[in-house]
Design a protein around this ligand. Structure first.
Ligand SMILES: Cc1cc2nc3c(=O)[nH]c(=O)nc-3n(C[C@H](O)[C@H](O)[C@H](O)COP(=O)(O)OP(=O)(O)OC[C@H]3O[C@@H](n4cnc5c(N)ncnc54)[C@H](O)[C@@H]3O)c2cc1C
Length: 497
């Protein structure tokens, strides 16, 4: 059959589906509408090729399973982003920076022959970066009284003692039932209750993008700041020796493309997932009951898979092609999120050896209100600075427009310039790169967590032949995502394959 006729037929299939009011009308998935080349059969289809999706694909492949990663962007890596400075060739990581020194991390990098080092261990001893605290809303410097190292480590010891009460939290959002009051206390109150004040600014700096850390439920802080991360504060985190964290994803891309296991610039438009009361799983599809229509640069494909693994943020607005059941929609619609944004700027007027942290003069722990800058630090290329910006938690998927974020970053820098002419040059800062990571840090409200939200969400694992991983399920932390994926998710995906 000529390919233009095929594509007309497959288009008609979709039109039929839409005109029937059902985005996943079975006729759109009729195999006879697709050429053999456009019909792809795999053990597991994986949606999203960031940290969770790429790790899952490689692990499943290593277990001899066939996979297909469907990634909407033209590259793998998700929140791992590396800008290569064209003049010097120096890589600048503006997304994921560090990992825990644990076997799930070291084994993964070893598999790709990518050397890791302790972060900061190869810093140039001749360059000293000084640090200043500034209120980006006024431009004024802020005098932050830092606790002593002994006070910080005592506070983290006290915090670790609290974490030890909940050992299952090391493996995921496995909360005791009933959920203890402490876990849903606003973190600021938890800090006071257990005298953790000296740890707060460190936690704020290591866990940005979370929203207001003092008003959010304690368990959302513990989710990233678990025992594993706390222990890395003393032993040191790992980073790539080449200071190009995207190296992992460049190598994974080559491997997955060479085995026809990856569709870049591609998205699922419609899907059929079986359910006990669904009429959509026809007997012919019992071995590969997951059916996906995927829009790719080389036309529409039909994907038939035994199982589906979704790794993208689980907001219902982003999951419409997956025909959520009312129960799934009900659960995911309870999630709220913040926004997190990074960028590289030139001509900032900031000295190239000065790193600026956001601070407020009269708030608890000098933590500034959101939305606003977290800080601006020198990039490894002289003359460039990396800015980090966050927005508060909100039920809205996107809490600020990119134009607004860009304008606020520039305004913050200019306020600091204007208020401190002896330190900063008055310039017109320019964006070299800007990247939105919104929606970021999906999480439940305290009330929903107390009512068993996470147990209810985790009970979806494996339902409708669908498994889930990524930050929405574990934490905004790759090491923990990989541990959760390897220990909790993949055993279920592999069962019966
Ligand atoms: C600036 C920044 C710095 C960070 N630093 C660290 C750090 O140092 N260490 C650390 O461990 N963690 C860090 N994180 C947290 C980081 O989010 C996690 O480590 C991890 O990347 C999350 O993995 P994920 O798979 O859930 O999401 P992602 O890595 O974002 O992957 C999701 C992927 O799905 C794709 N996608 C989205 N929608 C669709 C769709 N409809 N169809 C197909 N594909 C889709 C996206 O393009 C993306 O590639 C940082 C995050 C940010 C934003």
């Amino acid at each position: 059959m000529p390919s233009n006729l095929l594509s007309t037929l497959s288009l008609l299939g979709i039109l039929v589906a839409q005109s029937c009011g059902s985005p996943s009308h079975p006729s759109a998935f009729d195999r006879s509408h697709f050429s053999e080349a456009d019909t792809i059969t795999r053990d597991v289809a994986i949606i999203g090729g960031g940290s969770g999706g790429t790790y899952s694909a490689i692990c499943l492949k290593d277990k001899g399973k066939s996979v297909l990663v469907i990634e909407k962007k033209g590259r793998l890596g998700g929140h791992t982003e590396t800008y290569i400075d064209p003049a010097t060739g120096i890589p600048i990581d503006i997304g994921v920076q560090i990992w825990h020194n644990v076997s799930v991390v070291t084994d993964y990098f070893k598999r790709f022959d990518i050397p890791l080092i302790v972060s900061g261990s190869d810093s140039n001893p001749n360059i000293t970066i000084s640090q200043g605290n500034y209120d980006f809303r006024t431009g004024q410097p802020v005098n932050v009284t830092s606790p002593s190292a002994a006070e910080v480590s005592a506070a983290f010891a006290a915090y670790a003692a609290q974490l030890e009460k909940y050992p299952e939290l090391n493996n995921g959002m496995f909360l005791p039932n009933p959920v203890p009051e402490d876990l849903v206390l606003p973190f600021g109150k938890f800090v006071k209750k257990y005298h953790l004040e000296a740890a707060v600014r460190t936690m704020y700096q290591y866990n940005p993008g979370l929203g207001d850390i003092l008003t959010g439920p304690t368990v959302e802080q513990m989710r990233v700041f678990g025992l594993s991360l706390v222990s890395q504060l003393s032993t040191g985190f790992l980073t790539t020796a080449h200071h190009n964290n995207s190296e992992l994803y460049t190598k994974a891309t080559a491997e997955l493309l060479s085995t026809s296991s990856l569709l870049l610039n591609s998205t699922v438009t419609h899907s059929i997932r079986p359910s006990s009361n669904s009429s959509h799983s026809s007997p012919t599809n019992t071995t590969h009951p997951i059916q996906l229509l995927v829009s790719t640069p080389s036309g529409q494909k039909l994907i038939l898979a035994k199982k589906l693994l979704i790794t993208i943020p689980t907001r219902p607005e982003l999951l419409t092609p997956f025909s959520l059941s009312p129960h799934e929609s009900h659960i995911f619609s309870k999630l709220i999120n913040a926004g997190y944004y990074t960028s590289i700027l030139r001509t900032t007027g900031i000295p190239s050896t000065l790193s600026l942290s956001a601070a407020a003069p009269s708030t608890p722990y000098n933590i500034p209100a959101l939305p606003g800058l977290y800080g601006i630090q020198p990039a490894p290329v002289p003359g460039l600075h990396i800015a980090y910006y966050g927005t508060p938690l909100s039920p809205s998927l996107y809490t600020a427009s990119d134009a607004e974020v860009r304008a606020n970053i520039i305004a913050g820098i200019k306020r600091v310039q204007a208020a401190n002419p002896s330190v900063f040059n008055a310039t017109e800062p320019e964006f070299v790169v800007y990247s939105s990571h919104a929606p970021f840090y999906l999480q439940a409200r305290a009330r929903d967590t107390q009512e068993g939200f996470y147990a209810e969400m985790y009970a979806l694992q494996g339902e409708r032949r669908t498994w889930w991983t990524g930050a929405s399920w574990r934490a905004q932390d790759s090491s923990d995502i990989w541990r959760y994926t390897a220990g909790v998710v993949l055993p279920g995906v592999l069962e019966g394959l």
